[in-house]
Write a protein that binds this ligand. Structure first.
Ligand SMILES: Cc1cc2nc3c(=O)[nH]c(=O)nc-3n(C[C@H](O)[C@H](O)[C@H](O)COP(=O)(O)OP(=O)(O)OC[C@H]3O[C@@H](n4cnc5c(N)ncnc54)[C@H](O)[C@@H]3O)c2cc1C
Length: 402
């Protein structure tokens, strides 16, 4: 992994944190990975009084978190209908509820800790472009309402009122979740990390973890003994736990952002093509857009290097030209890529892997609305001996032999 690759908008515009160079010999809990999952777990562990050390190979937010779209949209990764039909409606409801609770908790924690990460609860729009998609989204909203989740349908004429330019002709309407949040992806990680430091957590950057054996965390800079080790290493987990190499599959995503637009075009988060494309306009007016992975799917799966894919970047430009011609001449200020970790059922692994070994990983491209509650649950498990909600949908053992 290298930091010399193109910087994301977030890493280029966010602050960085100075942390000490030397490692302690031991810590009660060592969290591997300084993305949103690692710092969320560290915060709740430190709040509960645990002696916590976070080890990050790059800088904080250097992985997927600082390279994503900054969208915290409650909901499942697979469509709700597909999840319900394949895994059962109880599981679907539990997963959706988990993300709603997690997004609400994130909002509360940011307020409690005084974290400023450009967070705005402005809703999440899922745009439809075909009559079949319209029907599916309407059925989804009905099913969600039955299961206790209030989302609304916006017809095309109503949707026009939510966007600051003529609505693209292909946009037929949208599902709207008013609880969706957007934020600055690097600021959130730094803010949560600093909050954790406030409760005594220690953080080290530039430390590559080589191996974990019986609570001994071996790194390129020495070893640390721990009672508990938490893997928050996302797409990179397979190198530390070979049994998970085929379970959490690295999958690369591509993004671009423009220089600040002169007007506010978008509020909240937007997605189209069933989540294939997604975007938000940041507080300074920049337009951050990602997706189009399907144009080079083979090249993007199993890939851990965060370098650019010209085919996918070109497809993002074409998406802009086709649907937002008025914005096509806005200068592109940043182009970047990041690696996600996909699991076979597109649900994360959250919980115990073995004695003193825990995992929070594999959010399959949709980790932001899981991270806060996942961190709280793992902290509760470690500090109180159990989680305080049903965690069966995320049981890591579902993919491990015997
Ligand atoms: C292009 C793109 C767009 C996305 N957009 C969104 C979005 O808008 N909304 C959403 O919900 N999700 C989105 N996602 C997915 C989301 O970013 C992830 O689900 C989430 O950030 C995962 O957080 P994490 O902490 O598990 O992983 P990461 O942020 O990847 O953190 C893992 C960290 O572990 C470190 N690490 C790994 N191995 C080691 C080691 N051996 N030693 C030390 N450190 C190590 C890595 O350097 C990394 O910083 C997107 C992802 C990408 C790539």
């Amino acid at each position: 992994m290298s930091d010399s690759l193109p910087l994301s908008y977030w890493l280029a515009t966010g602050p960085s944190l100075d942390t000490p160079a030397t490692l302690p010999d031991r810590a009660q809990v060592v969290v591997l990975g300084g993305g949103v999952f690692g710092v969320s777990a560290a915060l709740f562990l430190a709040r509960a009084g645990a002696d916590v050390l976070v080890l990050e190979e790059r800088r904080l937010a250097g992985g997927a978190t600082g390279r994503n779209a900054g969208i915290v949209a409650p909901g499942t990764t697979q469509s709700y209908l597909t999840l319900g039909e394949t895994a059962g409606w109880d599981t679907a409801r539990q997963v959706w509820q988990f993300t709603e609770d997690s997004a609400a908790l994130l909002k509360r924690v940011l307020a409690e800790e005084g974290v400023e990460a450009e967070q705005r609860v402005e809703g999440a729009y899922s745009v439809t472009m075909t009559p079949a998609e319209v029907e599916t989204q309407k059925r989804t909203i009905e099913r969600l309402a039955r299961d206790g989740f209030a989302l609304t349908w916006l017809e095309r004429h109503a949707l026009q009122g939510h966007v600051g330019l003529p609505l693209p002709p292909a946009f037929l309407g949208a599902r709207f979740n008013p609880r969706g949040m957007i934020l600055h992806s690097a600021r959130i990680v730094l803010g949560l990390a600093q909050a954790a430091q406030g409760y005594g957590a220690q953080i080290r950057q530039g430390v590559h973890v080589l191996r974990v054996r019986d609570g001994l965390v071996e790194t390129n800079q020495g070893a640390v003994q721990a009672d508990h080790v938490v893997l928050a290493t996302n797409a990179y987990t397979g190198s530390l736990v070979p049994a998970l190499a085929s379970v959490i599959v690295p999958t690369r995503g591509q993004m671009r952002s423009t220089a600040p637009l002169p007007q506010r075009v978008f509020r909240g988060s937007w997605s189209a093509n069933e989540g294939g494309e997604y975007w938000q306009q940041t507080l300074d007016g920049s337009w951050v857009l990602g997706g189009m992975r399907r144009r080079a799917a083979d090249a993007e799966v199993g890939y851990l290097a965060d370098d650019l894919n010209a085919t996918v970047q070109g497809a993002l430009d074409a998406f802009v030209a086709q649907h937002f011609p008025d914005l096509a001449s806005a200068p592109v200020s940043h182009r970047w890529a990041g690696s996600m970790g996909f699991t076979p059922d597109q649900r994360p692994l959250i919980g115990p892997l073995g004695p003193g070994l825990w995992i929070l990983a594999g959010c399959s491209g949709h980790g932001m609305p899981f991270a806060t509650e996942a961190g709280r649950q793992v902290a509760s498990w470690i500090c109180q001996g159990q989680p305080d909600r049903a965690m069966a949908p995320f049981d890591p053992q579902r993919f491990l032999p015997g």
